[in-house]
Design a protein around this ligand. Structure first.
Ligand code: GLC
Ligand code: CA
Length: 572
């Protein structure tokens, strides 16, 4: 079996950069583009091929740049379009490709298009956003439907001036564009896509890619009787015209041979996912599915307790995303972190001081043995973990976190027990944990900035920082470098191979095989903080197992597994 026509992006590893928190070059406490340019050597030394930069466009930053007021300008604290051009050029000179974030489900309410749209009912851009009259129930004004927004509350905002509601699936400051209008779509392609494609970007991570077609917008079923607003993700995602819109968008991207990875939440139906990423459909190259990162979340994401999942559930979720490319013409992705997720060591292994390094290496080994395009989020390569429970709510800056906490406070009339539970949950799952400054060294402000950073830097920089790890092959970073090189060396098996879980129900060890033609590998991952005897699953027991790599130095391969140890064997 060979995969015909391999594409450059299949074997690529992408490094995701959060501009506000990567590196501050001018001492104002906020990361910037010159900061990124100054660390291209570092980025490339990890062994990655592509960078993806989170939104660096002009924005009032209500949702950290996912509320864009001008696609063709850079947020001034980050730099200018000229800085972007310099960054793209410097990346290309060294063979690094550049992806931008494409946020076109919505704009900021400060975008000129929305300003016009809201100015009057007969403005030519009125129909560029989604406006609806109120419904009246017993004489009381109500929004057009009962949908719950992604950041709590109704998805509808009343506009006094024109006496209608507009739709916003996220914050009220993020009105949804009306993709039904062909003129709007053309404007999006031109301003948000072609402006940057002309400047040489190699592709896009496409934000909330399955929300453009809203369908009929009927009421969602009542799943939370205590609330006026109901979860509607299964309605506003994957609407009837999605495939048509993406095909049209792809015609623009194709001209530039641009790569795409779409963000695809609320899509449990794999046949739908397949339709987005099947090569012959020409819609998206790949997507981020949420099976793995949603694990352990509550009905409202944070309505849960830390680590509220089992290892078999994690195996199942990984199996779902790994199955996507098996026997199909589709492609998949591998990721555990991004700017919307807390740190993977904290979530999936242990961030206790004695285990964090082992946990980081175990996850690195697991990820590099999975098929698909790999994505690493800044700080993950050095094993950064969540900030501590001792940090109060004032350190949580993200609307997603603060709105949830406010909702709990209101709903429970400030019940201290409920508020403590909310804080604990946020300490485990909040997006804020990924957004603190990258720990560069152990000087004040983590070497990120000469002055106080916009978010507090982690307290553990002595134990975990990039500069120290650059010199230490036994560090988490050293291990990532080694694993990315191995991934390249054994690309058939590790990047393109078929994935199978063995011993699905084992609550402590994750065993999986990778198969490519006659080649086979076995991964054995100890997901506990205890030593375990080595047990090779029956299905592969009669094969010769040669240790390819262990996440712990100096192992022979036939001894028991230490806490959080992972291994890959070649089978023959
Ligand atoms: C995506 C982004 C997230 C943002 C949301 C609204 O989920 O990844 O950060 O808040 O879209 O644009
Ligand atoms: Ca700065």
């Amino acid at each position: 079996m060979t995969i015909p026509d391999r594409k450059w992006w299949q074997s690529a590893t992408v490094y995701q950069i959060y501009p506000a928190s990567f590196k501050d070059s001018n001492g104002d406490g906020v990361g910037d583009l010159q900061g990124i340019i100054s660390e291209l050597d570092y980025i490339q030394s990890i062994g990655v091929d592509v960078i993806w930069i989170c939104p660096m466009y002009d924005s009032p930053q209500v949702d950290m740049g996912y509320d864009i007021s001008d696609y063709e300008k850079v947020y001034p604290p980050y730099g200018t379009v000229a800085d972007m051009e310099e960054l793209i050029q410097k990346c290309h000179e060294r063979g690094l490709r550049v992806l931008l974030d494409l946020v076109v489900n919505h704009t900021s309410d400060q975008h000129a298009w929305f300003q016009e749209s809201r100015s009057s009912k007969d403005n030519p851009k009125r129909d560029w956003y989604i406006w609806r009259p109120a419904r009246y129930v017993n004489g009381e004004r109500k929004p057009p439907n009962n949908w719950l927004g992604n950041f709590m509350g109704s998805v509808w905002e009343w506009d006094e001036h024109t006496q209608e509601y507009y739709l916003h699936l996220f914050c009220p400051e993020q009105p949804d564009l009306n993709w039904e209008n062909p003129e709007t779509r053309q404007a999006i392609y031109k301003s948000a896509m072609e402006f940057w494609l002309e400047r040489g970007v190699d592709g896009f991570r496409v934000d909330t890619v399955n929300m453009y077609s809203k369908g009929e917008m009927l009421d969602a079923p009542v799943t939370d009787p205590r609330s006026e607003w109901q979860f509607a993700g299964l309605q506003y995602c994957n609407g009837p015209r999605m495939h048509e819109f993406l095909s049209e968008m792809n015609q623009v991207l194709e001209k530039y041979d641009a790569m795409t990875v779409g963000e695809c939440p609320h899509t449990p139906d794999m046949s739908r996912v397949l339709k987005y990423v099947s090569a012959k459909e020409k819609q998206l190259n790949m997507v981020f599915q949420f099976d793995v990162v949603d694990i352990g979340q509550g009905p409202y994401k944070f309505q849960t307790t830390p680590k509220n999942y089992t290892l078999p559930q994690l195996k199942h979720a990984i199996h779902t995303t790994q199955s996507l490319h098996r026997g199909t013409d589709a492609w998949t992705t591998v990721f555990l972190e991004n700017h919307d997720q807390s740190r993977s060591i904290t979530r999936f292994t242990s961030d206790a001081p004695e285990h964090r390094v082992a946990g980081g290496k175990l996850l690195s080994l697991m990820m590099t043995a999975l098929s698909g395009t790999m994505f690493i989020y800044q700080g993950q390569e050095i094993g950064m973990v969540n900030f501590p429970l001792e940090w109060g709510m004032e350190e949580y800056k993200d609307v997603d976190s603060t709105n949830y906490y406010k909702m709990v406070a209101e709903r429970t009339h400030n019940d201290p027990v409920e508020l403590e539970a909310a804080h604990k949950s946020l300490q485990h799952l909040a997006r804020d944990h990924a957004r603190v400054p990258l720990s560069w060294d152990s000087t004040p402000n983590a070497g990120f900035s000469a002055s106080k950073p916009w978010m507090r830097s982690l307290p553990d920089t002595a134990a975990c920082n990039a500069r120290a790890q650059q010199k230490d092959p036994s560090s988490v970073l050293g291990f990532w470098k080694r694993m990315l090189a191995l991934r390249r060396q054994y690309a058939d098996l590790l990047i393109y191979g078929d994935f199978d879980v063995l011993e699905k129900e084992d609550p402590e060890v994750f065993y999986f095989t990778k198969t490519y033609g006659t080649k086979k590998a076995l991964a054995v991952l100890n997901f506990t903080d205890r030593e375990l005897a080595l047990r090779i699953p029956e299905e592969v027991r009669d094969q010769k197992a040669e240790l390819l790599v262990s996440s712990v130095d100096g192992r022979a391969g036939d001894e028991g597994l230490v806490a959080w140890e992972g291994r890959v064997y070649l089978l023959s």
